[in-house]
Structures are given as C-alpha cells and as structure tokens.
Design a protein around this ligand. Structure first.
Ligand code: PNS
Length: 171
C-alpha cells in the first residue's frame, strides 16, 4: 500500500493559551488548525502565573465558544496544571502554538522541549503568525482599549464589544 494511504489515525491537537481575550492572531491559528487537524481543543490555562486576568475562565470559555462556532471540529476547554499532562490525558498527539517574532522563539522552544520531555508522544507544531497579526497580543489590546485607543480589526467584533463594556473607555 502507498505509505501515504496508511495514515488512518485521527489527529487531535490542543491549542493552549490564556486567551484573555482571544485576538485575531489567535483566530487565525484557530482557522488554520481547523484545516490541519481532525479535531482541535482550544484550552484555556486556569492557573496562569501572569497578572490577574481581565476575564474569568468562564467568561473566556463563553467568548471562545462564540468565536469558534463556525468550526465544528473545534471545542473549548480549560485546564490547570501541566499542559503536557492535559494533552497526554486527552490523547492529543499535537500541541499547537503560534510564533509571531523571533522574540517568541526562545520561550516557545524552551516550552516545546520541556513538554517533549514530559510527554514524548505529543509533538509541538508551530505555525508562523500571518504578517497582519504578527504584532497583535492580548496584553497590548487590553492596554490600548484601557487608554481609549481603537482596537477594531485586532479582535473579533464580539470580543471588541465585550472589551468595551468591561473597560468602558474604548472608542
Ligand atoms: O497565552 P500564553 O501565555 O502564551 O500561554 C502559555 C501556556 C498556557 C501555553 C503555558 O503557560 C502553559 O503551558 N502553562 C501550563 C503549565 C505548564 O505546563 N508549564 C510547563 C511548560 S513547559
């Protein structure tokens, strides 16, 4: 048999992150992930060591579900503890991450190598961010709207509305 025809196993991928909130950069990965993998779980980290989140995990799950509605092979979940344990526990074979710039690379490489050590059966797959979103981050979006700046085109419209009503100063 042609070796290309032998792959029958479905590929389940996990796309982890804080998603506080989801940006158009994340959405680009979600769209591309939907085409590449049989199933994609977008998984929100519950116990982030970063600054206090703007949206609760429940709010972020609700927002993600809304944005992911056009993708029937995608599902939203949350996790705490190690990503490697979560991915392996769900029988995922891929962790999906985006790389925007060289500055992301070192951190992502370190995480990918550590996750491979913890769960060797799970591959980290990187997609390069599309140029249009290579400068977009949740942190900057929150900062801009907090200072009254325009964030249209940086996040999906429903998220822009949520941000405006949460932060209250957006244009
Ligand atoms: O949205 P972010 O900050 O880019 O997402 C980072 C995330 C959630 C992928 C990372 O912080 C993570 O995997 N945290 C879970 C804890 C863990 O597994 N730590 C060891 C990583 S090698």
């Amino acid at each position: 048999m042609n070796p290309l025809e032998q792959k029958t196993q479905r590929v389940l991928a996990v796309y982890p992150g804080s998603f506080d909130p989801i940006t158009n950069g994340h959405l680009d990965l979600v769209e591309r992930g939907a085409r590449l993998f049989d199933k994609l779980i977008v998984a929100i980290l519950e116990n982030a060591a970063k600054e206090a989140p703007l949206f609760s995990v429940e709010e972020r799950m609700e927002m993600l579900r809304e944005v992911l509605r056009p993708f029937p092979n995608e599902q939203v979940d949350s996790f705490h503890g190690l990503l490697a344990d979560y991915a392996a526990g769900n029988h995922a074979s891929v962790i999906l991450r985006g790389i925007r710039a060289i500055s992301d690379y070192e951190y992502e490489l370190q995480m990918a190598l550590m996750n491979t050590r913890l769960a060797p059966q799970v591959e980290t797959v990187f997609l390069m961010s599309r140029e249009a979103y290579s400068f977009v981050s949740s942190r900057l979006v929150k900062q801009i709207i907090g200072l009254g700046g325009n964030i249209s085109g940086l996040v999906p419209p429903v998220i822009e509305e949520r941000l405006k009503s949460r932060v209250g100063k957006g244009k």
